[in-house]
Design a protein around this ligand. Structure first.
Ligand SMILES: O=C(O)CCC(=O)C(=O)O
Length: 279
């Protein structure tokens, strides 16, 4: 049962930690999903800083995993959890993303918003960020408090290790991301950043319009295996990306479920039969 104080934190901060939200069996199912995904990369598998020594593995929304993950969601607590957290009658499962950082050299994830890459608007969105290690606070995912209610920035390309704000779309529709790490270095209080040490079984829920990043590995904490499941509810809308983008395949609809997205108009409820309804 999600308490009103937590719902308020999510509405205002855009992120909450749900301690022990998954039992051993549920966590094991999530781990199986991660291991299967890592062993069977899909067409969207890429990585961050590919070609550099800090390369990490990322796969997003693997179509071959979709039937098994849709089925798995029926046995997981996320439908109820998000219905209560948002106060939404309905909950749908969107898709997964996998992050593997290993050998103590996986990079920070540059600051970004998922909504720079995906055409999402509205309040009923949530990433369930699930890691299988005990993640210390110094290696934690970081979230700028309340940023889910603010500006939608252009997202970084994740290609240039020396430019964490290298704009994905270009043009003048979305403002360029500020260099949050550089600003924090100059003034540690420049941004109001939330983070938590997490234990296996915890679920960090964040709104995908939140500015988030971080969670590097290092010699003291060399490996992190993370799966993120994304969900939406009644107040989720189609919010198109820029109509012209220098990133191939990203204009208007983003790079996932493009055929389904092409049927939606800006501001319409975000709905498609392709997404598994959990409630
Ligand atoms: O785990 C990470 O390094 C990044 C997570 C992330 O970007 C997300 O949950 O959307």
């Amino acid at each position: 049962m999600i308490q009103e104080s937590l719902r308020q934190r999510y509405r205002e901060d855009g992120a909450v930690l749900l301690r022990g939200a998954l039992n051993k069996e549920q966590l094991a199912r999530c781990r199986e999903a991660l291991d299967w995904g890592a062993a069977n990369p899909g067409p969207n598998a890429s990585g961050m800083l590919v070609g550099t020594e800090h390369q990490s593995f990322v796969d997003n929304s693997n179509p071959a995993a979709k039937p098994r993950l849709d089925a798995m969601m029926a046995d997981m607590p996320f439908g109820q959890l998000f219905a209560e957290l948002w106060g939404s009658k309905h909950v749908w499962y969107f898709a997964e993303e996998i992050f593997l950082k290993t050998g103590g050299i996986g990079p920070r994830t540059f600051w970004h918003q998922d909504t720079s890459y995906l055409p999402w608007g509205g309040s009923h969105w949530g990433n369930a960020w699930i890691s299988f290690e005990s993640v210390p606070k110094s290696n934690a995912l970081e979230i700028v408090r309340g940023s889910h209610l603010g500006t939608r920035y252009d997202g970084p390309t994740f290609r240039d290790p020396n430019d964490p704000t290298d704009p994905l779309h270009g043009g003048d529709v979305l403002p360029r991301l500020p260099d949050i790490e550089a600003e924090r270095k100059a003034n540690p209080g420049a941004w109001d950043v939330l983070s938590w040490a997490t234990e296996p079984g915890d679920v960090l829920v964040l709104h995908p319009n939140s500015l988030h990043g971080g969670a590097a590995v290092d010699t003291a904490f060399p490996d992190r295996h993370t799966i993120v499941f994304r969900f939406f509810g009644d107040d989720a809308t189609f919010h198109p990306l820029p109509a012209v983008s220098r990133a191939p395949g990203f204009a208007r609809n983003g790079m996932l479920f493009q055929k389904e997205m092409a049927r939606l108009e800006g501001g319409e409820p975000f709905r498609s039969p392709i997404f598994q309804q959990l409630r």
